[in-house]
Design a protein around this ligand. Structure first.
Ligand SMILES: NC(=O)c1ccc[n+]([C@@H]2O[C@H](COP(=O)([O-])OP(=O)(O)OC[C@H]3O[C@@H](n4cnc5c(N)ncnc54)[C@H](OP(=O)(O)O)[C@@H]3O)[C@@H](O)[C@H]2O)c1
Length: 318
């Protein structure tokens, strides 16, 4: 099948650290034919690194290129909605980074504005392409854990100035709800929703321990799920943690999620370990190629993304 000819809007840290290795592995499926970035020099450096033949000055210019079939948008969260609409207006299928918008209210407005276009729009939530989450949620659905009683979700990172994400200006002065917790926590919100559904009750408390992490660096929440199970959520960007991101406790066993691994333990201690052989960014880009080239339905669209954003927004509410 012919390659997807993709344009990239935004060539920052994620483009270098996360997309480039995945796109290099997908070189037979996707060709990045042009890129643009607010600071042109950075786009030029990225193009050199990634072997992209063309750098243009603006998103408008990129969207007007006939050789660009579809675009990937990776900008500060509050800058993305306008670009998503611009791409849809230009009739170019678009994948835009998570979360879908800087707040759930902005997300609802954006989805409403996008509804008049039939061009595909994938929200690039890489956890939607994480096989270990799919496996854990299939164990729960198949009753392998029995009746589910409890879920624990953990998002802890000791965020410091050495971290390349910390240095980005838009994260230091966030225009999106919840700062780091929502930016990164929306992934975990997706995992939680995939496993037990959207909580019907969320009660939370927040704190700020590190004054340079705005607007808060810590949030905890109590969750109640539609099936009756209870959950706890712990986010902290000023403490260390070694352990799984998710634990689920049932009447017949427990399961946990740690990156690309899901582990099931029966009540008798028998352990089943699932380790994914598929890298999630590669799976996400490959899916986007299939959406554009084969017409397969979008696996994770803006409505689903809005539910994940709404959950994390409830957790960070001050
Ligand atoms: N899926 C994941 O796991 C994951 C991980 C990290 C990030 N992300 C997402 O990826 C996106 C980019 O994050 P990042 O860490 O790569 O940030 P970044 O390094 O700051 O990259 C963002 C790029 O957008 C440009 N930019 C900044 N403000 C802009 C504006 N107002 N209008 C247009 N362009 C602007 C910047 O250009 P300059 O060079 O001029 O500053 C920069 O190159 C975010 O939406 C983030 O949520 C996803």
């Amino acid at each position: 099948m012919a390659k997807l000819r993709m344009g990239m809007i935004g060539t920052g840290v994620a483009a270098r650290k996360l997309y480039l290795p995945a796109l290099q592995r997908l070189s037979q499926q996707i060709e990045v034919v042009a890129c643009t970035n607010r600071t042109r020099k950075k786009a030029e450096q990225y193009a050199k690194l990634a072997g992209i033949p063309q750098v243009v000055d603006s998103a408008e210019e990129l969207l007007a290129l006939p050789e660009v079939e579809a675009v990937f948008i990776s900008l500060p969260i509050d800058a993305q909605p306008a670009l998503v609409l611009q791409a849809l207006r230009a009739g170019k299928p678009v994948a835009s980074e998570k979360p879908v918008a800087p707040s759930s209210a902005a997300g609802r407005k954006l989805i409403q504005a996008a509804a008049r276009f039939s061009t595909p729009w994938l929200v690039a939530e890489n956890y939607a392409f994480m096989p270990a989450i799919a496996r854990l949620s299939s164990w729960v659905a198949a009753g392998r854990l029995g009746e589910i009683r409890l879920l624990e979700a953990y998002q802890l990172t000791f965020m410091q100035s050495k971290n390349p994400y910390f240095k980005t200006a838009w994260r230091q002065d966030p225009k999106h709800v919840g700062g780091f917790i929502a930016d990164a926590g929306v992934h975990l919100a997706h995992a939680v929703r995939r496993v037990l559904g959207t909580p019907k009750v969320v009660g939370n408390a927040t704190a700020q321990f590190d004054p340079v992490i705005l607007p808060i660096d810590t949030a905890i929440a109590l969750l109640q799920f539609p099936g009756g199970a209870l959950g706890t959520w712990t986010s902290c960007f000023s403490a260390h943690h070694h352990g799984p991101m998710l634990r689920v406790y049932g009447s017949k066993g427990t399961a946990e999620l740690g990156g690309d691994t899901a582990t099931l333990r029966s009540a008798r201690g028998k352990e089943t370990v699932f380790k994914s052989s598929v890298e999630m960014f590669q799976a996400q880009f490959s899916h986007f190629r299939d959406v554009v080239k084969k017409g397969v339905p979008v696996a994770y669209g803006p409505e689903e993304a809005l539910l994940d954003l709404s959950l994390i927004e409830a957790i960070v509410a001050v």
